[in-house]
Design a protein around this ligand. Structure first.
Ligand code: GLC
Length: 733
């Protein structure tokens, strides 16, 4: 019989010599596991054959995106992982038996939730959302998706929050805390820089370390430090030549050593190319699970090119996830969450995130004498609740704008889509035109006819406006969209524009709540609307350069990276670009109208010189006629140093309570060293420069109401970081 080396013996018998965990149960479990069992656990539950493999491993919750492998010998259950960011995405009907259904609440999409600028409200959405995750038998929801909206044409922007990492990070943290308060897990995704859908699984992105840290990583950093999501999901793409799921610097050095992330990292479904590199990089769980992954990892372990220590460490993180899951606790889920109660939360959140972009001549709220409405545009009748792909939800219903208006007692002219504009203007009190846009993962949007209006849409707005204005009647446009569109060329024709985004299943009711004045709009833009697409700083390099086959093989070898995107604008994304280089937007970051008005006064700083922290307080007063909420935005302009900096950056925000006419509220912000710091690549550190800072408080990034200066008497090294080691550009590969 072949003599087993001590090393092989250790491998086969399993050992917990190396596992970096102080949990005795985890150490004990690892010590009982064979190498095959350990490697099997590193890979999702999809069918993988090996000696002793169970044949009957299936997804307990039909329609869920994936599941982990059950190690029944040690009483370790399979965990269920389900999409998506706007609701639990599972099959609504099972075994063709519709006597019992499994519909889930369609919450508003992420970009609308961010537009509420209200972390307390988003937490409440998370509480309801997390309850459905638990009651449908899911252990981890693959949400929130929180990549930066670098370019308006990105097909997944509906699933993401903002062009700004402070919004993205804080809204994500609120949702994670709300969901996880139910004892279920989340997965903040896609780590990192999934900002292009074209060739998303193989493309390479060239991003400077400063832009990575200040823009693309910063939101994830905030979410990890404020919410400790149970898991993080990698993106598909490469950054500077390395797949993110294979990048030790991202998954271990930055995420765990610098930020203190304690949870598990999983790959996106089929993401990356080299399972052994993924295991070494700290991608603990390779989803959804493939035979070749098991085979390659086993081979590497037996050959000694993959250490048992690394395997044990990753297994320890999977065990930690399992031990805190509802499945491990044998939670008896009902499959019957309170959808009625959650629909109310969905409707409230939707109306709080809608943005009034234009309102002239008292067009909104609809006057009492406006009862009969000409309702135009397909999306008025087939209203879009959410985008496509894994961000979809199987909802019990979607309330269209037509139904929402009818529910509130308005009469819809049944000839709205057939009669001529003049005929409609003769008999209806006002016209509402809905512009709908949809997109989703796997493809990006075109400019013509998607970012810009279609010819028939332009013609409809022109004709209807001419006819109704001739009768002194109003025209309102509703934008039922998942991403930014062009508005400058047509907005002067209409009286009001309501940006409704994709508001979830209560869409029509929430939109009517705003139109009728039942809810005073308080949403604010978390992404800039440019005058034209070419004004976008990334317009010239989105979606990047594709490489024909022959060039690809020459440059990248077998790795088949067939597209490259050069993030030339660096940190100058969104308002950081428009404000710094004076490019006039159609609607600026942070903008949104209300049915009332607010006055800002009394800005006070706790000190004129910065030491450790500083408190800024401001009073906001409702000086209008109706109750409403204001979003108070705090921006900081740092002193110009050798490092180029944005004109100003959002550092904090707060939404007031509902202020009655004449009522005031004082908001206090704490400014920390982080809020003053820039990332200095050649010093591997976050540094706050010595000098004079300007603290600006406003109602948008360009509507600054009060400002004050303070000095930072000496340079502050806020945080030292580890140097990130990878090629800076493609030719280094
Ligand atoms: C998809 C998406 C990811 C989703 C996963 C599971 O490719 O990129 O967001 O959670 O696969 O469906």
């Amino acid at each position: 019989m072949k003599k087993l080396s001590l090393f092989t013996g250790l491998l086969l018998l399993g050992s917990s010599l190396f596992a970096q965990t102080d949990n005795p149960l985890i150490r004990s479990l690892i010590s009982k596991m064979t190498l095959q069992e350990k490697v099997r656990l590193l890979i999702g539950g999809n069918n993988v054959k090996f000696e002793g493999a169970y044949k009957d491993v299936t997804n307990k919750v039909p329609g869920a995106a994936g599941f982990t492998y059950p190690l029944r010998r040690l009483n370790l259950p399979s965990l269920v992982l389900s999409d998506g960011p706007a609701g639990v995405r599972i099959e609504p009907i099972r075994n063709h038996d519709s006597s019992k259904t499994y519909y889930a609440t369609g919450f508003p999409v992420a970009t609308l939730l961010a537009s509420t600028w209200d972390t307390a409200l988003v937490y409440k959405v998370g509480e309801a959302f997390g309850n459905e995750v638990k009651e449908f038998g899911v252990d981890v929801i693959l949400a929130p998706a929180m990549n930066i909206q670098r370019n308006p044409l990105d097909g997944r922007n509906f699933e993401y929050y903002s062009e700004d990492p402070v919004i993205a990070g804080n809204i994500a943290a609120a949702l994670v805390n709300g969901i996880q308060s139910n004892g279920v897990g989340t997965s903040i995704k896609h780590f990192v820089a999934n900002n292009v859908e074209t060739d998303r699984t193989t493309l390479n992105e060239l991003i400077s370390e400063r832009a990575l840290r200040e823009i693309y990583l910063k939101g994830f950093e905030i979410a990890v430090k404020k919410a400790q999501p149970w898991t993080v999901m990698n993106s598909y793409n490469k950054v500077n030549g390395i797949y993110t799921s294979e990048n030790y610097d991202l998954n271990t050095t930055i995420l765990r050593k610098e930020w203190g992330f304690k949870g598990l990292v999983m790959t996106d479904w089929g993401g990356g190319r080299h399972p052994v590199l993924q295991v070494k990089a700290g991608s603990d769980l390779l989803m959804p699970g493939e035979q070749k992954q098991f085979d390659e990892i086993m081979t590497a372990a037996k050959q000694g090119s993959l250490s048992l220590e690394v395997i044990d460490n990753n297994v320890a993180k999977i065990l930690a996830l399992i031990l805190k899951s509802p499945a491990y606790k044998h939670y008896k889920y009902s499959d019957e969450p309170d959808l009625k109660a959650h629909a109310k939360i969905s409707r409230k959140a939707a109306s709080e995130g809608m943005i009034l972009l234009k309102n002239e001549g008292g067009a909104l709220p609809l006057q009492n004498n406006v009862r009969k409405i000409a309702l135009l545009g397909d999306a008025s009748y087939k209203t879009i609740a959410n985008g496509t792909g894994s961000g979809e939800v199987h909802k019990p219903y979607v309330i269209s704008i037509m139904e929402g208006l009818k529910n509130s007692g308005y009469t819809i002219d049944s000839q709205s889509t057939t009669a001529s504009a003049d005929a409609l203007a003769g008999k209806d009190d006002a016209a509402i035109i809905t512009i709908g846009r949809n997109a989703g993962e796997g493809s990006d949007r075109p400019v013509d006819g998607d970012f810009t209006l279609k010819d028939n849409e332009r013609e409809m707005i022109r004709k209807v406006s001419a006819a109704f204005h001739a009768k002194g009647k109003k025209v309102i446009v509703i934008l039922n969209i998942g991403g930014v569109i062009e508005v400058a060329s047509w907005r002067d024709n209409v009286d009001a524009i309501l940006l409704a985004w994709q508001p979830g299943m209560e869409a029509g009711n929430a939109i009517t709540d705003i139109l009728s004045g039942k809810v005073n709009p308080s949403g604010r833009l978390a992404i800039t609307f440019p005058m034209k697409y070419s004004d976008e700083p990334s317009a010239e390099n989105f979606p990047g350069t594709s490489f024909p086959k022959q060039a690809r093989a020459a440059i990248f070898g077998s790795n088949s990276t067939n597209r490259e995107v050069d993030y030339k604008e660096g940190i100058f994304v969104g308002y950081r670009y428009f404000n710094t280089f004076d490019i006039q937007p159609a609607y600026p970051f942070g903008f949104g109208l209300s049915y009332t008005h607010f006055d800002f006064s009394g800005l006070k700083l706790s000190a004129s010189s910065f030491h450790h922290q500083l408190i800024a307080s401001i009073t906001v007063k409702n000086i209008g006629e109706v109750t409403g909420k204001e979003v108070v935005q705090l921006y900081i302009s740092a002193p110009k140093a050798k490092l180029e900096k944005p004109e100003e950056e959002l550092r904090a925000f707060a939404k007031t309570k509902a202020l009655k006419p004449g009522e005031s509220q004082t908001i206090n912000f704490t400014v920390t060293p982080d809020d003053l710091a820039s990332f200095v690549e050649d010093r591997n550190a976050w540094i706050a420069d010595k000098g004079i800072y300007t603290l600006k408080v406003g109602a948008s990034s360009v509507d600054i109401r009060q400002q004050a200066t303070f000095a930072c008497p000496s340079e502050i090294i806020v945080e030292n970081t580890h140097p990130i080691h990878y090629p800076k550009a493609i030719q280094d590969l």
